[in-house]
Design a protein around this ligand. Structure first.
Ligand SMILES: [Zn+2]
Length: 136
């Protein structure tokens, strides 16, 4: 499996650090759920923030900008119902499902590496998924 840089740096406003302080953000998959973290190596001691599922928007954007926009494609769908169920369970709005399915079977659904790896795991058995990176 090819690996890509899976951490990005984001600016941090910190009263104890000089201006220009940064934190390291990353995503990982733990027990079938997306986990995100933001670690600031503060002069006062490390500050770790983390959570499950949807990361804060600026964390996701930094990962897309610095680690790459990935695309997940689905081919050879064995069960359209299974694909629809995975998308529904993921919390996709009904109105977005058609567009998502078109993206998955066409040019690819864009996202961070880990969110798409997780979706790929969930789609396992519903078809053949491929993950590719576009940029940077
Ligand atoms: Zn600090």
């Amino acid at each position: 499996m090819t690996t890509f840089p899976d951490e990005a740096a984001v600016p941090v406003v910190c009263g104890r650090c000089p201006p220009g302080a940064t934190a390291t953000v990353g995503e990982t998959i733990v027990y079938g759920r997306l986990h995100w973290s933001r670690l600031h190596a503060c002069t006062d001691g490390p500050v770790l923030e983390c959570g499950r599922d949807e990361p804060p928007p600026e964390v996701r954007q930094a990962l897309l900008d610095q680690c790459g926009v990935f695309r997940l494609r689905l081919s050879g769908i064995t069960s359209r119902v299974a694909v629809l169920k995975v998308l529904r369970d993921r919390g996709t709005a009904l109105s977005d499902i058609a567009a998502m399915l078109t993206a998955l079977t066409g040019q690819g659904l864009p996202g961070t590496e880990m969110e798409l790896r997780l979706l790929s795991m969930r789609l396992d058995g519903a078809g053949v998924t491929t993950l590719s990176r576009e940029r940077p």
